[in-house]
Structure formats: C-alpha cells, structure tokens
Design a protein around this ligand. Structure first.
Ligand SMILES: C[S@@+](CC[C@H](N)C(=O)[O-])C[C@H]1O[C@@H](n2cnc3c(N)ncnc32)[C@H](O)[C@@H]1O
Length: 250
C-alpha cells in the first residue's frame, strides 16, 4: 500500500518534470522563474475535526453506497484520484441532489481535499484516503453509480510502468460494472497517448459505453474556476486537454 502511494508521488513528480522541461524549452532557456512553482500542500490544522468528511479505506463499510456513507438514497458519483480536491468540492456544492466520494491514495492530499470540503460546509461529499482499485473490486455494487470521474490520472510515461495506470482494462471493466445504465464515465487527460489508448481500449472491451462524447472546455471566470488543479495547470500553460464522457447504454 505504502509502495503504491510512493509510486504515485513519484509519478506526480514526473508530471512536473514534463511541465518544467517543456516550458524551459518553449519560453526561455534562461528564465527559470517561468518554471511551474511547486507549492507545498497544506494539511488542515490538526485541531480541525475532519471525521465528517474523511475516511480511511480501512474504516469503510462492506458496501459503499449513498445509504452506507450518507444515510440517504441520492445518486452517488465517485472521483478516482482527487488530488487537491477542486472538482469534488465545487461539484458537490453545485449538485446537492447527488452524493460524491473522492478517493485519493496519497494521505496528505486526501486530508487537504477533506479540509476543502469542511471549509465549504459540504454535507454530500466525503474523501476516502486510500487506493481506489480494491474499492471497485470489492465494495461497490453492480449498477449502483451515477458517475465515475477520472481527471488527469498519473501518466506513467514509461512503457514498463503503464500497467500502473489508473485507467486500464481491469478498471474500465470495474467502472462499467459499477455504473447504472445511463451512468457516466468522465475521462480527461493532457497526455495524448493515454487518451488514445483509453479510447481504443474502451471501444474494444466495453461496447456498452458507446461512442465517446467530447466535453467542451469552459472558459474560466476566476482563478479556481477549473474542473481540477491539473486542468488549470494545463490551460495556463497552453497544453492541450483531451476530454470525453461516456454514457453507459446497456
Ligand atoms: C496527476 S494527479 C491529478 C489530480 C486531480 N485529479 C487533478 O486533476 O488535479 C493524479 C492523482 O491520482 C492519485 N491516484 C493515483 N493512483 C490512485 C489510486 N489507485 N487510487 C486513488 N488515487 C490515486 C494520485 O495520488 C494523484 O493525486
């Protein structure tokens, strides 16, 4: 478990390296200030009780559902790899008629996202600290989800590491099984190779998803008006983003 989280930290760093070297080349080889600043993530103060919005995977009920996590039957959406939690905090506030679970494998990011939910006074979203894969394998009932969201998953550039990608054959089958008919799978990335491979793979192994539906870029009206932090990074640095949604047909 620690090993996988550690790998993910390394993968984030490789994401940053790509950004840094790209901008180093594209703009000015001498202007180091143009490189992406790497802010330290802030953990919420230890005095803040995050228990209403944060669970460790070890503390979860046998089955993850709106009933078991929120005590109601609202449609449930899950984000895999929430990072700093911009999507889950904004989306849960915008859609009080749904519940949201964010799963984040790096503990300090899970706490940071939970802090964001707490500050927003959100009652319909909870962060789970841990690995999403076993949750989809064991804890989510078939046809129970309204949506699965995966935004800017770690790219794992090297061919030998691609099996670590969060969107792979097994996870696609699991997401599909977990979604109800009509449910959505949102997948955005700025890594063309990851995008193309995923589209091809879905066409091959999950025909029930139908055709990919392009999702449009929405122009931001303020500095946090992006779907996720990685979307903000990409747009600010003019990196193309590939966005699709699938809607399960049968
Ligand atoms: C590149 S970041 C993107 C974060 C966020 N989605 C965004 O767009 O800003 C990918 C995130 O996925 C998390 N992650 C990777 N593998 C995971 C897994 N198996 N379960 C849960 N989270 C995972 C990483 O720790 C990281 O926070």
């Amino acid at each position: 478990m620690f090993g996988l989280a550690q790998h993910c930290r390394e993968s984030w760093e490789s994401y940053d390296c790509r950004f840094s070297s790209l901008f180093f080349c594209v703009f000015s080889p001498f202007d180091i200030s143009i490189r992406m600043p790497r802010h330290q993530i802030r953990s919420p103060k230890s005095t803040v009780d995050l228990s209403p919005v944060l669970r460790d995977v070890e503390e979860l009920p046998d089955e993850l559902s709106s009933q078991s996590m929120f005590g109601n039957d609202l449609p449930l959406e899950i984000e895999v790899g929430s990072g700093k939690g911009l999507f889950i905090s904004a989306e849960s506030l915008a859609h009080p008629e749904h519940n949201f679970l964010g799963v984040e494998i790096i503990g300090k990011y899970a706490s940071h996202s939970a802090g964001r939910l707490m500050r927003g006074g959100v009652a319909n979203a909870i962060m789970i600290s841990g690995n999403a894969e076993p949750l989809f394998e064991k804890k989510i009932a078939a046809a129970s989800l309204e949506a699965v969201h995966v935004y800017f998953p770690d790219p794992w550039w090297k061919k030998k590491h691609r099996k670590r990608r969060v969107v792979n054959e097994t996870s696609i089958r699991n997401f599909s099984k977990a979604l109800r008919v009509g449910g959505r799978f949102h997948f955005w990335t700025d890594v063309l190779d990851y995008f193309e491979q995923t589209i091809e793979m879905i066409a091959e192994i999950a025909p029930e998803f139908g055709v990919p539906i392009p999702e449009e870029e929405v122009e931001a009206t303020h500095d946090l008006d992006y779907r996720t932090h990685f979307e903000r990074r990409s747009i600010k640095h003019q990196i193309p983003v590939y966005r699709v949604r699938y809607e399960k047909r049968f």
